[in-house]
Design a binder for this molecule. Structure first.
Ligand SMILES: NC(=O)c1ccc[n+]([C@@H]2O[C@H](COP(=O)([O-])OP(=O)(O)OC[C@H]3O[C@@H](n4cnc5c(N)ncnc54)[C@H](O)[C@@H]3O)[C@@H](O)[C@H]2O)c1
Length: 421
């Protein structure tokens, strides 16, 4: 007996693909997932989620009601809709579309007429039409907009956000033809509240890059304001608090030890590369990058200064990093600024350990850092502790009461033993 048709096959079952599948599945769609990782596939089929926003119980329910994950790309041939959620990272500092190309090849080789194919991965304008479309067409012998439908819909998922998830985050949808856009809207309209139809796939691709570059550039601005305030001896956190009370025309951003994650530090590189290809000098991007990348060095030099001021030699000093993931209360360490901070401290001769309840192991330049299990004990032993991440487990009163010298890069602590960024 052959498999029945599936409403949806998602290609790439990570932070983006799995929540999308879970949402579609809970609305009654028949679903399957294709991933090249054996570990991901085995885990999901055993009812285990590797994405914090999707609980194990949701995966168990999905499996019990017909979902399956597979390493076998032929599952794509059973799908009415195929959504690509594969990584678009950097290799040697440049955009790397190899996963998108590989996923498109797998789809092309298994594509049936009338299927809707949607790319959700973040990339520069032209990726859907100039990269994905020719691979799909040559693999299948079918024509986009005629024999199958092709759309782009950038993912906006915010891991760990309790307020906005797949259903209630408005989603931009674009087709390579108006009819493709209609198919895209019909698909996402089944499980997402608000859809925004863009003029074309390039506009939708650019909108996603703008959203994340907006954050990147504004974070650079407050980072530079923090450096300036440090130079002239004023309290940047008070400045930010005051400015943040303006009810219009000002969106608050926070300074910190650098910008992490799979998106915010990466997507501007895609924009930069597209600009370069067009012979366009994107000056705000270059300036923002320079400032953001300097922040980890600033944290290291502040920590060194604190140690010197306290009379402890930096060489051999015990430094404890508090929170090494790239954002609060999640385990994701991709592009985390904790890496350059730890690397700088190690280069200076410090002994670096970390505490993070979400991150079981943390390696820096090939060296696993010692993980402190008990926060109070770690604080007792450290010469200085650097609050890198604002995890909710870090109770300010408890940290300050430890009497450990604290460098707070998040502006949350107050006390005689606390220095701010
Ligand atoms: N994580 C986020 O918060 C977020 C938010 C918005 C947009 N995005 C974008 O979404 C895309 C996916 O990101 P993610 O965070 O879900 O990545 P991820 O690394 O969590 O997951 C990607 C999955 O794709 C699989 N994969 C890789 N190549 C494949 C292939 N050729 N065929 C099948 N599976 C393959 C990997 O094994 C992995 O399981 C990226 O373009 C990213 O920029 C991510």
């Amino acid at each position: 007996m052959t498999d029945p048709r599936l409403d949806l096959v998602v290609v790439g079952l990570g932070y983006v693909g799995l929540p999308l599948l879970a949402r579609a599945h809970e609305t009654g769609m028949s679903t399957a997932g294709f991933d090249i990782s054996g570990e991901v596939v085995a885990g999901l089929n055993a009812g285990r989620s590797h994405v914090a926003d999707v609980p194990d119980s949701a995966v168990t329910d999905m499996v019990a009601t017909g979902f399956r994950a597979t390493n076998e790309p032929s599952v794509i041939a059973d799908a009415d809709t195929v959504v690509l959620c594969v990584p678009t990272g950097l290799t040697d500092g440049a955009p790397d579309l190899s996963s998108v190309r590989a996923a498109a090849r797998a789809v092309g080789e298994n594509l049936r007429p009338n299927t809707l194919v949607v790319l959700e991965s973040t990339s520069y304008p032209g990726t859907t039409e100039d990269v994905v479309r020719p691979i799909l067409e040559s693999g299948s012998g079918l024509r986009a907009g005629e024999d199958f439908h092709l759309a782009y819909s950038p993912e906006r998922i915010d891991p760990g956000n309790p307020q906005f998830g797949v259903r209630n985050t408005p989603k931009v949808v674009a087709g390579v033809t108006p009819l493709c856009a209609k198919y895209g809207v019909a698909f996402y309209g089944r499980f997402i509240d608000t859809l925004v139809v863009s003029r074309g796939t390039r506009e939708a691709e650019m909108a996603k890059l703008l959203e994340n570059t907006y954050r990147y550039v504004n974070i650079a601005l407050v980072n530079e304001v923090a450096l300036f305030c440090d130079r002239i001896g004023i309290d940047v956190w008070d400045v930010l608090h005051c400015a943040g009370t303006k009810p219009f025309g000002y969106a608050p951003f926070q300074p910190g030890p650098g910008v992490g994650g799979h998106c915010i530090p990466v997507d501007p590189v895609y924009l930069h590369s597209a600009a370069e290809g067009a012979g366009f000098a994107f000056r705000t991007l270059a300036a923002a990058r320079e400032v953001n990348e300097r922040m980890s060095e600033h944290v290291v030099s502040r920590a060194q200064q604190l140690l010197r001021d306290s009379g402890a030699p930096v060489d051999g000093a015990k430094v404890l990093l508090l929170g090494v993931s790239y954002k609060p209360d999640i385990a994701d360490i991709r592009e985390t600024p904790a890496v350059p901070v730890a690397a700088g401290l190690l280069r200076a001769g410090a002994e670096v350990a970390y505490h993070d309840p979400h991150v079981p192991g943390f390696e820096v330049v090939g060296r696993p850092l010692n993980r402190v299990e008990h926060l109070d004990e770690g604080l007792r032993e450290a010469d200085v502790a650097i609050v890198l991440q604002d995890h909710s487990c870090y109770d300010p009163v408890r940290l300050v009461a430890s009497r450990c010298l604290l460098l707070d890069t998040r502006g949350k602590l107050a006390g005689e033993n606390v220095q701010h960024l």
